[in-house]
Design a protein around this ligand. Sequence first.
Ligand SMILES: Nc1nc2c(ncn2[C@@H]2O[C@H](COP(=O)(O)OP(=O)(O)O)[C@@H](O)[C@H]2O)c(=O)[nH]1
Ligand SMILES: [Mg+2]
Length: 270
Amino acid sequence: MGFEAINAVLPDQTDQINRLQYLLAEARLPVVSVIGKYNHGKSSLLNALVECEQFAVSDARETTALSDFEYQGVRWLDTPGLDADVARNDDQAAMTGAWQQSDIRLFVHCVREGELDQSECDMIDTLQQDALKSGRQTLIVLTQIEQVEEQTLANVQALMKQQAPKLPIIPVSAHRYRQGLESASALKIKKSGINELRQAVQSALAYVEQTRKDEVLALGESLEGLIDQGLTNLQARLLHQQAKRHALLANFVTEYQNLHSKLHKQLNRA
Ligand SMILES: Nc1nc2c(ncn2[C@@H]2O[C@H](COP(=O)(O)OP(=O)(O)O)[C@@H](O)[C@H]2O)c(=O)[nH]1
Ligand SMILES: [Mg+2]
């Protein structure tokens, strides 16, 4: 059965079906994506991780579609912001694509904004629900830390730990990292946190191959059950339609016979 046929039987399971299709397509590099609100520093963070200015950075809403870059055996994926009030249809398409393709998600939050807001908590909840099914990992990355005092950073981090107790929170500054590289300052690079983040991503990447295999099996099993159920429902619908057609046909035959005998009677009378 092809994926289109499965989609036709299970129209509610498009996300699962697309993810399975993506995983089965061909040998794919592990995918690390960023996710978070506009202007929190997603593109800048990716630039630090891939060590070049590959992703467009701006104070205005810049990234409107997925953009990706291969670096050190990983496909790094930039996404538009999450903010529902300014999101457009193409943003939605991009976010769906990122959801389908990502193995590891970096949830980006800027420390200047304080604790997570409701929409961010909801997104983290969704990611954690997904992790239970797919095994895909999320790391929270607290960005732009050079912009606040150490105490503020510690306070925000403590609040976020309460909001998302199960996820690691890694504080970073993409700007400090870049300044460190430009001025060859090992201290600035160290204090940027980017190398700690790199290590955390490397550790998560080590699980991707096995996680994908487990995910394919789990998706296959779950879809198999749903397909069986879908086919049974389809059969029942067909039988119901057949019965309806039979009833219509029987009705038609009776009406036709009545008409026929009426005509006969009238012809005999004439
Ligand atoms: N001070 C400071 N500004 C940053 C840092 N990272 C990003 N920015 C700035 O924040 C703005 C938004 O950054 P961008 O990476 O485009 O955010 P995105 O919309 O989440 O992709 C830009 O003006 C960046 O220069 C950082 O580590 N420190
Ligand atoms: Mg961006």
